[in-house]
Design a protein around this ligand. Structure first.
Ligand code: 5AD
Ligand code: SF4
Length: 440
């Protein structure tokens, strides 16, 4: 038998890309590939790319350039670009970087095995279509390999919101929800392979409306179906849009014990003028009222957010409104970015903010968010939380897991193993993690 071929995948960007990379590895697994952690001994290199900000795309080109020597040494090495840069730039990638053999958009991963064959025959292959079929169904699964305790599961893809700064509606296409029965089957399979926590993924996950036996299901209804799976202990979902935060989902946060008290709910900005120009169709006030309703249902929920500073025409006063909103909401964690011009999006045509002013605002916002994150993390000390153990720690006998609120928790002299869920009392708060002890 010939030695298996080696596949190196480098994943950029969001959790959906992490999920997609796993599916691509499974698809190529059917063609005899095994994954390797080093590009140097790979027979095929795939970069699963992100196009959300300009730097993300540029990183891909510089990474590709670095493979030149490797390809010269190993002419049989095949190099592919997947993900959103592949979707957005298509043939341009092959033109700009002749090392690339294969370009595959996020909707075409099920065609990867055929594309690999063609690439091996010396063809340059490109597929960035938006086919009507469910690519996840078409992806061939390897036999039931054991999995770690946490997994992502894509339930919805694409976005119809067209925020004025964002490329997602162009790279991932229109919003499509996967049928509920397929998701439930996949979840059941993950649980049989050792998964205890599933994070449902979608660019607009709370707009989920997948087909069920009696009509479409909302995300909350899908969560209640998942709740019935024995052995599945925790459910999370990301990323949500404020406008799709329906009552049944808010209620589920108060009543579904498996649904974790953590919500990523990006607001992007705190000025109504900027929100309007961003085409967000919510106001700062409506967002704050929504957070209040969510906290009324689940008082301890940890809120996470995304922010953009230096969006075209943002004044110091507009930025101050973002700072005020942050003060009011109090975030447990957050991601903040300087606006990055994306060609083809409406905001790219508008008057840009002075980059030095945008840098300064980003620094001030990040200082405030870091302080809040720290306060929320420190407030966990003395509390009892659930922890799902994911790996051994660096010290002998130590285990590391995630709390219900997604904080990393270290437990010394821990009698529990990977995949076990335990009650833990938090005893101290460190730089990026908590320490706790088991409650017997
Ligand atoms: N510039 C800066 N940040 C952006 N994001 C999306 N598009 C841009 C852009 N053009 C941020 C938003 C989004 C997160 C995933 O990335 O905050 O919620
Ligand atoms: Fe992009 Fe999210 Fe806006 Fe959709 S809702 S356009 S994914 S920022």
């Amino acid at each position: 038998m010939s030695a298996p071929k080696k596949l190196f995948i480098k994943t950029y960007g969001c959790q959906m890309n992490v999920y997609d990379s796993e599916r691509m590895a499974e698809a190529l697994g059917g063609k005899g590939y095994v994954e390797t952690k080093s590009a140097d001994d790979a027979d095929m290199i795939l970069l699963n790319t992100c196009h959300i900000r300009e730097k993300a795309a540029e990183k891909v080109y510089s990474e590709l350039g670095r493979f030149k020597g490797l390809k010269a040494e190993k002419p049989d090495l095949k190099i592919g670009v997947a993900g959103c840069v592949a979707q957005a730039e298509g043939e341009e990638i092959m033109r700009r970087q002749p090392l690339v053999d294969l370009v595959v958009g996020p909707q075409s991963y099920h065609r990867l095995p055929e594309m690999e064959t063609k690439a091996r025959e010396g063809e340059k292959v490109l597929d960035t279509d938006f086919p009507e079929e469910d690519k996840f169904e078409k992806l061939k699964k390897r036999p039931k390999a054991k999995r770690g305790p946490t997994a992502f599961l894509t339930v919805q893809e694409g976005c119809d919101k067209f925020c004025a700064f964002c490329v997602v509606p162009y790279t991932r296409g229109a919003e499509v929800s996967r049928p509920a029965d397929r998701i439930l089957r996949e979840a059941q399979d993950l649980v049989e392979r050792g998964v205890r926590e599933i994070t449902l993924l979608g660019q607009n996950v709370n707009a989920y409306h997948g087909a069920g036996p009696n009509g479409d299901l909302t995300l909350a209804q899908l969560i209640w179906e998942l709740d019935k799976i024995d052995g599945l202990e925790r459910i999370r979902f990301t990323t949500s849009h404020p406008n799709d935060m329906q009552d049944d989902l808010i209620e589920a946060h108060g009543t579904c014990a498996k649904l974790m008290p953590y919500l990523h709910l990006p607001v992007q900005a705190g000025s109504d003028k900027i929100l309007k120009r961003m085409n967000r169709s919510h106001t700062a006030e409506s967002y704050i009222r929504l957070i209040e309703r969510i906290r009324a249902a689940r008082p301890d929920i940890l809120i996470s957010g995304d922010f953009i500073v230096g969006f075209p025409e943002e004044t110091e006063e507009d930025f101050q409104a973002t700072m005020d909103l942050v003060e009011e909401v109090k975030y447990g964690t957050a991601y903040s970015f300087k606006y990055s011009t994306r060609p083809g999006t409406p905001a790219a045509e508008r008057a840009q903010v002075d980059p030095a002013a945008a840098d300064d605002r980003l620094q001030r916002l990040q200082a405030l968010l870091t302080r809040q994150q720290r306060e929320v993390q420190d407030s966990m000390v003395g509390r009892e939380v659930g922890v799902l153990f994911e790996k051994a720690g660096r010290l002998p006998g130590q285990m590391v897991g995630k709390s219900d609120y997604l904080h990393a928790v270290h437990v010394a002299d821990c009698s529990r193993g990977i995949g076990e869920l335990a009650r833990v009392r938090i005893v101290s708060s460190g730089a990026n993690s908590l320490a706790g002890e088991l409650i017997c």
